[in-house]
Design a binder for this molecule. Structure first.
Ligand code: SAM
Length: 223
């Protein structure tokens, strides 16, 4: 029986991978990878040699049928993204849906995902949270921000370093500059930074330097 495994991979520190994830990657017939060069580095680190096929977000719709055929003709296929858990702001959801429609067995392993350490580090309530991934860049952005500003749940966003200050400024505009938040940068990497404070303080902190690296923003819900 063919089976698709969704395998989370490290978000920075290569030690953050489970023993089971390594075994599944070793045993799989092939690996579907968002970026085969990137996954090659991970496999190399663990001495795994495996056939890889690209599985990108930009052509996930077009390649779905052929990927399903490949899985059907295999025992075990592993899907990985560049970092963290597949299908979380990464390709994977369409493939999972198609596998379920086609009656193909699948299993998602638990493992790294960037927003969990960011949420837990933040000190902001973690009992109810809303993960929004990347905000829309243009269309619908203002409407989404307005809606989110009313939510009582903790809000989690993914953001690029180039847009961080602009996004913090917009959050301050819609949520108020006093709203408490936390910005986690480069989690699990050498230059990890977790900056906490109200939105006005965070804007000041990040405006004074060139922001680099990967970023998660966590914002306290409306009180
Ligand atoms: N699938 C991934 C996951 O499970 O978290 C998310 C992939 S998404 C394309 C990439 C975004 O995740 C980055 O732009 C950043 O917002 C966040 N991210 C990934 N790694 C991170 C890290 N080490 N530190 C902070 N944020 C990170």
């Amino acid at each position: 029986m063919p089976k698709l495994y969704l395998v989370p991979t490290p978000i920075g520190n290569l030690e953050d991978i489970t023993l089971r994830a390594l075994r599944i990657l070793k045993e799989a017939d092939l690996i579907l990878a968002e970026d085969t060069r990137n996954t090659h580095n991970l496999l190399n680190h663990y001495g795994i040699e495996k056939k890889m096929i690209p599985h990108h977000a930009f052509n996930e719709h077009q390649t779905l049928k052929s990927i399903i055929e490949i899985i059907r003709n295999s025992n075990s296929v592993a899907l990985v993204s560049d970092a963290g858990t597949p299908a979380i702001s990464d390709p994977g959801y369409l493939l999972v849906r198609e596998c379920l429609r086609e009656g193909i067995e699948l299993e998602c392993l638990p493992g790294p995902v960037a927003f969990i350490p960011a949420l837990v580090n933040s000190g902001i309530p973690s009992d109810r949270f809303r993960f929004e991934g990347f905000l829309p860049h243009k269309k619908g952005r203002q409407t989404r921000l307005k809606e989110l500003s009313e939510s009582e749940c903790t809000l989690i966003l993914y953001e690029s370093p180039f847009r961080l200050v602009k996004t913090l400024e917009q959050l301050a505009e819609f949520f108020g500059p006093e709203r408490y938040a936390s910005v986690s940068r480069e989690l699990t990497k050498i230059h990890e930074e977790n900056a906490r404070g109200n939105l006005a303080e965070l804007i000041q902190h990040f405006s004074s330097k060139t922001v680099k690296g990967e970023i998660v923003i966590v914002v306290e819900g409306k009180r």
